[in-house]
Design a protein around this ligand. Structure first.
Ligand SMILES: NC(=O)c1ccc[n+]([C@@H]2O[C@H](COP(=O)([O-])OP(=O)(O)OC[C@H]3O[C@@H](n4cnc5c(N)ncnc54)[C@H](O)[C@@H]3O)[C@@H](O)[C@H]2O)c1
Length: 355
């Protein structure tokens, strides 16, 4: 068996999850760790038994390049990786702008390689089960939903040079944090039609928003609310979907297993046997993501659904920001067609801190 050879670029916080997920596979290995901080790359390489570390991607044969760098670097780094004939696994958000995501997709297509964006909330046996039941209609017709990300990030977190500004991070807590649940909601319910949203600055000393609120209408007619916060002491990520037959709820923080989900039949009815979660359980996370994506990369086959639609949730965020700027709803169609909305994002952020 040929082992897939991977490079990890950016050896900060999230890189660990990539190294551990690859180390757990017997068909892949990380052959080089790259970071602009040479000492950090070397320490990371030593910790994970990676034979080579460097401050730039060396002239080595690699099959997959993992981008665990701040989002400002993703587009250029992905293009370099595709030019070398490698697949790219890139952390969310895939880039600072949708235009850059389009460039990355075009570069992948031109090279005949895959661009896999890490939205690991889609993974795991629970999300797969719920998606199967929703897609088949067994859970009824979705009517309304709620999608909340209540996280806590202090000032020290936003002090990192790439955080808290439109230019360096591309957006605030909606793009950085809320995008995970928004991505999962759209994975479960399909395309969003329009977003009416507002961006708020309630507590943090940043240029971007630390809270956002939105109403989403899906193409299917489902209506949803979405709140994202970086200032909530008791942290929770949650989704609730009400169909004509059931309420589906997910409550977790950064990852979910079967115990984080609940399906309640409508009053006066019993849950059919096929609503029960399967006996064997894989939690969501980077391990599950890599396990789903690597076989497809090795086979040069299409990506599994947990890794498709690289721009979908970022388009929802772009619509929310544009809506906050204008004070009216913005359609996803406009986001797909407008050069301006595919460019750098910004929003009118209502600053309530001085009240
Ligand atoms: N999927 C998730 O749950 C999750 C969780 C955390 C972070 N992330 C994403 O992962 C990415 C990185 O976040 P992080 O928290 O690990 O950041 P971090 O600041 O901890 O690490 C980033 C690393 O990249 C290095 N770096 C910066 N520019 C570079 C360049 N041009 N070449 C090589 N190395 C470079 C930095 O020195 C640093 O070590 C972001 O896109 C973030 O949104 C995703």
């Amino acid at each position: 068996m040929t082992r897939m050879r991977a490079a990890i670029i950016g050896t900060g916080d999230v890189a660990r999850l990539h190294a551990e997920a690859i180390a757990a596979r017997n068909d892949a290995e990380v052959v080089v760790a790259v970071d602009v901080d040479a000492a950090r790359a070397a320490t990371f390489a030593a910790k994970y038994g990676i034979s080579f570390s460097s401050t730039s991607l060396p002239d080595l044969d690699v099959d997959v390049v993992h981008l665990c760098t701040p989002p400002a670097g993703h587009a250029v780094q992905a293009e370099e990786a595709f030019a070398r004939g490698a697949h790219v696994v890139v952390e969310k958000p895939p880039a600072l702008t949708l235009r850059d995501v389009d460039r990355m997709v075009a570069a992948a297509d031109a090279a005949g390689r895959q661009l896999a964006v890490v939205f690991q909330q889609r993974t795991g046996t629970a999300a797969a089960h719920v998606k199967r039941l929703l897609d088949s209609g067994d859970l009824g017709r979705p009517l309304l939903a709620r999608c909340d990300t209540f996280w806590f990030r202090d000032d020290a977190y936003f002090a990192a040079p790439w955080r808290g500004t439109w230019a360096n991070e591309g957006g605030g807590t909606t793009l950085g944090h809320g995008i995970h649940q928004l991505d999962l909601l759209a994975y479960l319910l399909g395309e969003v039609d329009e977003v009416h949203g507002q961006a708020w600055r309630l507590a943090r000393d940043i240029e971007t928003e630390d809270v956002s609120t939105a109403v989403l209408r899906f193409e299917s007619g489902v209506v949803a609310t979405a709140m994202t916060s970086a200032v909530s002491p008791r942290q929770e990520s949650s989704i609730r979907i009400d169909t004509n037959l059931a309420t589906i709820e997910l409550e977790h923080l950064y990852g979910h297993g079967h115990g984080n989900w609940r399906i309640t039949p409508r009053p006066g009815t019993d849950a059919p046997a096929n609503w029960a979660f399967p006996a064997s359980e894989t939690p969501s996370g980077h391990d599950a993501y890599i396990d789903a994506v690597y076989p497809a990369l090795a086979a040069d086959g299409p990506l599994p659904s947990v890794a498709t639609a690289p721009a979908r949730s970022m388009e929802i965020v772009a619509a929310l920001y544009a809506s906050s700027e204008r004070g009216s709803a913005v359609s996803l169609r406009e986001v797909r067609e407008s050069a301006e909305l595919r460019g750098p994002m910004s929003a009118r952020v209502r600053d309530e801190r001085s009240r």
